[in-house]
Design a protein around this ligand. Structure first.
Ligand SMILES: NC(=O)C1=CN([C@@H]2O[C@H](COP(=O)(O)OP(=O)(O)OC[C@H]3O[C@@H](n4cnc5c(N)ncnc54)[C@H](O)[C@@H]3O)[C@@H](O)[C@H]2O)C=CC1
Ligand SMILES: O=Cc1ccc(S(=O)(=O)O)cc1
Length: 486
């Protein structure tokens, strides 16, 4: 029997890498989905060469021409929503009820947004004495995108759409744990009219990512991943002074003051910890609740967490799916054990769940810890699973200081009916994005990126488009060269 392989996609054609073979596994069943090959140095060189050829054609088009093609790609993504969402469920273990409405749709929103933005790229003009100057916003060249496994197609779109809109070519390396939908995106771009070589997918593990980040033909690397990976990528990229965008980890605070809309704040804490099994970088995993409402808040949180349906991700009723891998499940359960050992109170969850029909899946019950203190490992480290740590605070100055006591700085949330306090606290929090009276809302129009060790640069919005261009200044003399020499 011919083995099923998830291919790379270079120069408009599928084909597999020449490095080691590994497998991709369905997190909900433990079944092998397909084989995948690492891409080696020769594969990386070939992809860079293809991207350079694609770049020559693509960057010569006007923004409006590129935008028209990208609009078609967004439309194709929407038409294929359910097919792509089903692949994403199989690859990530996330619930169908999420994938069907978020993953592909948010990717399409992004492609559509940058399709519209492509024609708006422009420089500025500077009148001078007997001269003028103008700037051109030019593409960077061949850009590399490296993805994480939690939102595979969304991440591929968040990186490729602004890159392509600005006239760059891209080589995208999806996470080795979720290799499937990036190839579908490559097919869609091609079908929409993006020339061969402009968007390429190279499969592989971290070694392939490292080869891409170090390649001298690459102008920029944008990575979504953990902080240690981000640091390694920056070190590789420094060799040829590549631009970098880093979307990294977090341990974000969600602060609930006693005047907040109580039920809304509980809903936000649920969404900020249990959506996508807790595998979201911006999650508000440190839930600070003001003392006066803390007991009631915890009771309601527990009541609602116990109602969550953990189950087969393909079942439309399932609200909490499987963690990405057995190793990750064990890591999450290890954090639960450390929380207990360090004296936190396990309020609910914290155990593996056996799901009928998915007995080999990596399910963990939604977990709430109370009685947490700031120094505990579960309060300091990113767990990336369904584990909420509840912390009690007394006043505003104290909670701001405690919320900021982390080397991360990705996101934060504030719940209060006092508008002035909401803005005051948001201004003081170390975070790239801060939500007042909501959480984890990421419209394509607004910049998304982290502070501190959570990242460098931004995705989404017009800011991302600028990150994929470089300014060239052109000075135009209208008079004579002032030359005092004989
Ligand atoms: N800020 C953001 O937007 C997001 C951040 N994340 C973060 O990602 C992490 C979870 O995702 P993972 O895939 O486990 O992260 P990871 O850091 O293990 O891997 C991310 C990607 O980097 C690649 N990679 C690994 N080593 C590399 C190297 N030396 N050079 C180049 N590429 C390399 C991997 O193959 C993968 O494609 C969490 O820390 C999470 O917070 C996840 C989603 C969004
Ligand atoms: O991991 C980062 C991340 C993932 C998803 C979303 S959203 O659900 O599309 O808003 C935001 C950030």
């Amino acid at each position: 029997m011919t083995e099923h392989l998830i291919p790379s996609f270079v120069d408009g054609l599928p084909g597999h890498g020449h490095g080691e073979r590994f497998t991709t596994i369905n997190p909900a069943t433990g079944a092998v989905i397909a084989g995948v090959h690492d891409s080696d140095q020769a594969d990386v060189n070939a992809a860079v060469a293809a991207a350079e050829r694609g770049l020559a054609v693509w960057s010569a088009m006007t923004g409006a021409e590129r935008g028209r093609i990208l609009h078609r790609a967004a439309q194709l993504l929407r038409e294929r929503n359910d097919e792509l969402a089903a692949i994403e469920v199989q690859d990530t273990g996330k619930p169908w009820q999420e994938a069907q409405v978020v993953d592909v749709a948010s990717g399409a929103d992004c492609v559509e947004y940058f399709a519209g933005a492509a024609a708006t790229l422009a420089g500025a003009q500077y009148p001078l004495k007997s001269a003028f100057a103008y700037t051109r916003r030019e593409p960077l060249g061949v850009c590399v995108g490296i993805g994480a496994w939690n939102y595979p197609i969304q991440i591929a779109c968040w990186k490729s759409a602004p890159a392509l809109a600005a006239g760059n070519a891209m080589i995208f390396k999806p996470s080795e744990l979720t290799p499937m939908t990036a190839v579908k995106l490559a097919e869609i771009y091609l079908e929409a009219g993006v020339p061969a070589g402009v968007f390429n997918v190279l499969q592989g593990r971290g070694t392939t990512g490292a080869l891409l980040a170090a390649h001298p033909g690459v102008a920029k690397v944008s990575v979504t991943g953990s902080v240690p990976t981000g640091k390694r990528v920056m070190a590789s990229a420094a060799g040829t002074l590549k631009r970098v965008t880093m979307e990294l980890g977090g341990k974000s605070p969600l602060i609930v003051f006693d005047d907040a809309d109580f039920e809304q704040a509980v809903s936000a804490a649920m969404m900020a910890n249990f959506y996508t099994q807790g595998e979201i970088c911006t999650n508000g995993t440190r839930v600070f609740v003001q003392r006066g409402i803390a007991d009631r808040f915890l009771a309601r949180l527990k009541e609602r967490a116990l109602l969550l349906r953990v189950g087969d991700p393909t079942d439309p009723a399932t609200e909490v799916g499987a963690l990405i891998s057995a190793a990750h499940r064990d890591k999450v359960l290890g954090y639960v054990a450390s929380g207990v050992a360090e004296g936190a109170t396990l309020v609910c969850g914290g155990t593996p769940v056996s799901v009928p029909g998915c007995e080999n899946g990596n399910f963990v019950a939604p977990t709430i810890f109370a009685g947490c203190t700031d120094g505990m490992t579960i309060v300091q480290e990113e767990i990336f699973g369904p584990v909420l740590a509840l912390l009690v605070f007394d006043d505003e100055a104290e909670v701001v200081q405690r919320a900021n006591a982390t080397r991360f700085g990705l996101a934060a949330g504030v719940f209060t009916r006092d508008g002035a306090r909401g803005h005051r606290v948001a201004a003081k929090l170390k975070a790239g994005i801060c939500w007042i009276n909501n959480y984890n809302i990421t419209p394509i129009e607004v910049p998304f990126g982290g502070a501190g060790e959570s990242g460098i640069g931004h995705e989404n919005s017009m800011v991302a488009l600028e990150h994929y261009t470089q300014l060239k200044t052109v000075y135009v003399e209208l008079g004579e060269v002032a030359c005092g020499y004989r």
